[in-house]
Unconditional design. Structure first.
Lengths: 115, 115
C-alpha cells in the first residue's frame, strides 16, 4: 500500500525560529516525486517545495528546505526564520513516476507561528 | 488566466438534494483532477480527466457522484441525493501532461455542507 504518515498533528513555533515537520512514506516504486503543500485557513493548496527521488541533493526554496532520506523513506520539511504568514496546514504528498496521475497525501500538520 | 477557479465557494444543501460544482482549469492544462477533503484529513483522490476523457475514478466515487469535462475545458462534479457524509471540501486541480508530475495548480475549493 502507498501511504504517507505525518506524525505531528499540530506544531507551534515562535516567529523567526526554525521548525521541522516530519513525513514518512511507503512505496514499492524506486522513482517518485515528493511534495510539501501549504493550505492556509480557508485558502487554496499551494506548493511549497518538491523533490525528485532520483536526486540526492536536498531541495531548497528560500526559507524552506527538505531532508530527504530515501533509504529511510523520510522527507522532512524545515522552515527557517518562521513568519506569521507560515501559519497553515502543511501536507506531505507523493506521486509514483509510473503512476503519473494522482497525489497520495498525508493527514497534515497544523503549524502555528506565534508572535 | 490567473489560476483554477471553482464555483461556488460554499454550498449548503438539504439532505437528498442534488448539487453541482464547477471547475475552470488553467486553459493550457489538459489534466484535471477532483479531490475530496474532509475536516482534519488530507485530500483524497476522486477522479481525473485528460482532456475530455475520464481516465480513472476512485472507489470513493459512488454511483451518486458523476463528473464530466465535455469539451476538455471546464469540469462539473454532480452529487445526487446528497448525504451528510458528503459534507467536505471538494478541490479541483489542473496541470499540463508533459513535463512530469509538477505544476499542479489547485483551486480554492467548494465547501459543501449537507444539513
Amino acid at each position: 500500500a502507498q501511504t504517507v504518515t505525518q506524525s505531528q498533528p499540530e506544531m507551534s513555533v515562535q516567529e523567526a525560529e526554525t521548525v521541522t515537520l516530519s513525513c514518512t512514506y511507503d512505496t514499492s516504486e524506486s522513482n517518485y516525486y515528493l511534495f510539501w503543500y501549504k493550505q492556509p485557513p480557508s485558502r487554496q493548496m499551494i506548493l511549497v517545495i518538491r523533490q525528485e527521488a532520483y536526486k540526492q541533493q536536498n531541495a531548497t526554496e528560500n526559507r524552506f528546505s527538505v531532508n530527504f532520506q530515501k533509504a529511510a523513506k523520510s522527507f522532512s520539511l524545515k522552515i527557517s526564520d518562521s513568519q506569521l504568514g507560515d501559519t497553515a496546514m502543511y501536507f506531505c504528498a507523493f506521486i509514483n513516476a509510473g503512476n503519473n496521475r494522482k497525489l497520495i497525501w498525508g493527514l497534515g500538520t497544523s503549524l502555528a507561528v506565534n508572535p | 488566466d490567473t489560476g483554477v477557479s471553482q464555483d461556488p465557494r460554499h454550498k449548503i444543501t438539504k439532505r437528498g438534494q442534488n448539487v453541482t460544482f464547477r471547475c475552470d482549469p488553467i486553459s493550457e492544462h489538459n489534466r484535471l483532477y477532483w479531490y475530496r477533503q474532509t475536516l482534519g484529513q488530507g485530500p483524497e483522490f476522486l477522479t481525473y480527466f485528460q482532456n475530455e476523457a475520464q481516465l480513472e475514478k476512485s472507489r470513493l466515487l459512488s454511483d451518486r457522484f458523476s463528473a464530466e469535462r465535455p469539451k476538455g475545458s471546464f469540469s462539473t462534479l454532480e452529487i445526487q441525493r446528497t448525504e451528510q457524509g458528503d459534507s467536505a471540501m471538494y478541490l479541483c486541480a489542473s496541470r499540463k501532461e508533459a513535463g512530469g508530475p509538477y505544476g499542479y495548480t489547485f483551486g480554492s475549493g467548494t465547501r459543501l455542507t449537507v444539513v
